[in-house]
Design a protein around this ligand. Sequence first.
Ligand code: DGY
Length: 424
Amino acid sequence: MKDVRDLDGEAAEIMRMNDRGGYSVPTAGLYPYQWNWDSAFAAYGYAFLDIDRAWEELETLFSGQWPDGMVPHILFHQVDPSYFPGPDIWGGVGPLPSSGISQPPIAATMARLVWELDIDAGRDRVAALYPKMVAWHRWFMAARDDGHGAICLTHPWEAGRDNAPDWDGPMRRIEPHGIAPYERRDTGHVDQDMRPKKADYDRYLYLVKQGHDCGWDQAHLLGINPFRMADPTMTFTLLRATRDLIWIGQQLGADTSELPAMIARMEAGTETLWNPGLNAYDVRDMKTGEWANAVSNAAFLCWYAGVDPKDTLVTYERVQAKVRFGVASHDPDSPAFEPKRYWRGPSWAMMNMLIAMGMDEAGLEEGAALRRQTARMIETGGFSEYFDPTTGAPAGGQNFTWTAAVWLGWCSPNVRRGRWAQSR
Ligand code: DGY
């Protein structure tokens, strides 16, 4: 195990190494652009090194906001051949070259955490971001409401949980015809056993082509998109972020009047995501009404979202008892569990931080336990993208920004400021 003081230094060094000037990349090579939720976690991490740099990260993210309010999941600031699919395949229609889908909206939550660290330094910065964040949330409610108040995704990459077993049913039904031959770059950086398979990639590209070919016309896509999944990740993160947006707006004396209705709508929507047979919040296929019947780590964001957890704690204890370094991204009791393959089992430090944040707020001691477990995981496996939950071994990309950020702002025993400083 490494000395914790070395880990603080290493984390800070990774944040500097992945800084491209105004924005960060998740890691060089594998992900050489600005990713949406990575960037929001990065802002939180930078806040412990340089508060001005933290605000800059969020400002650059919102500089790519589309006229309709959508904030893309990738901003291609500088073309880099080490990644595929690039800007030409996506054909984003915003002010910067970008992808055409969004990602879990955690920016308002991270903006609040950053602001709480230095209220004076952040007032003007957050005031300028506030209307942009409201516009993004408004876009989600207009373009991603599943009809019951749950938030859906239109591409597996939109939930960030790219190849989770939750999507297997609808993905299998897609016939990926008409896609041009392509060469993957991800497996040149990372062992292919840790990445999605070719059949997944064919379908990812098929869905991208559909959006590209109609100029990302949301009304048109609603009619033709074969992949529409009402999802706990999107619903819980947007619900939580909207609560944080109200807090920010109230501190600023800004107009928050449209936000409570969004919250009420999503609170009703979360009720439609409770799968009693699974004893967990679950993904529901909007096309067929079928449950994914998959316990994912996103289910444990219910406390973070501030909704009724129902029996989630029982399910949480069950899945946590099966691994040494949870929270596993997929149920270890499921035949689809693969401890090293991307979202089909590995543990993710940044998901753990969000889950624990909600648990702390709900007064559950499991939050502090999860922080200790995550710290041990990073001490064991370093700053990798994700970890084998059975051993703590590193997996995916290395020198990863969000893992470094989570260490600096949550795991390190030396965190002095911020929300968790009092509870050490
Ligand atoms: C990738 O390329 O694997 C990314 O997760 C897409 O967002």
